[in-house]
Design a protein around this ligand. Sequence first.
Ligand SMILES: CC(C)(COP(=O)(O)OP(=O)(O)OC[C@H]1O[C@@H](n2cnc3c(N)ncnc32)[C@H](O)[C@@H]1OP(=O)(O)O)[C@@H](O)C(=O)NCCC(=O)NCCS
Length: 171
Amino acid sequence: MSDSKKINIRQATLNDANTILKEERAIAEIPGYFCSSPSELSLDSIINAISVLKDKSGVFLVAECNEVLVGHAFLEIPHVKSLQHVAELNMAVHLGWQNQGIGTMLLHRIIDWAQESKFIRKIQLNVRATNLPAISLYKKMGFEEEGRLKNRVRVNDSYVDDIIMGLSLVA
Ligand SMILES: CC(C)(COP(=O)(O)OP(=O)(O)OC[C@H]1O[C@@H](n2cnc3c(N)ncnc32)[C@H](O)[C@@H]1OP(=O)(O)O)[C@@H](O)C(=O)NCCC(=O)NCCS
């Protein structure tokens, strides 16, 4: 990526919420990436996630290029104590910015944050079996397939498996 396209990764703020919603809705228009349809994504849930995902509750990062938001990723930590060593990952690189290494950069930062937290031992996610770029990225970063929920997600008129992937962090 050229210097004019330098990517900055930072903690999300509430000012980012509207753009994140717009970009998530644009991706959700394309079947097979998210489970939610565009109308099922809400500003409230993004505002809530940005507000809550701090310190021991998780992290919400955005990637920007020349002050334009080009991607985001967040880790959620469950409320239940016995599950708090496993953080749940969600991420998206915005349309027009994919396949340029931004997802790799965001995921490196997410993994570093989890590693530094000391209490997260594992990152887990769900990905549709048809989402080859995402699966390729996760495998490159060390995630392994841990399970497969058959026909879990309806995409248009067919049903697609959901793959559970996990990355164990070294102590
Ligand atoms: C999945 C996603 C986050 C990846 O981000 P990205 O910035 O495009 O990822 P990168 O460019 O860092 O890496 C993508 C990798 O997938 C590979 N790839 C791209 N298309 C591919 C395909 N059709 N089949 C296999 N691998 C593919 C690329 O070659 C690259 O691997 P490399 O670095 O070894 O060359 C992004 O595509 C995205 O947001 N998609 C829509 C939303 C989504 O699917 N979110 C994840 C839900 S689980």
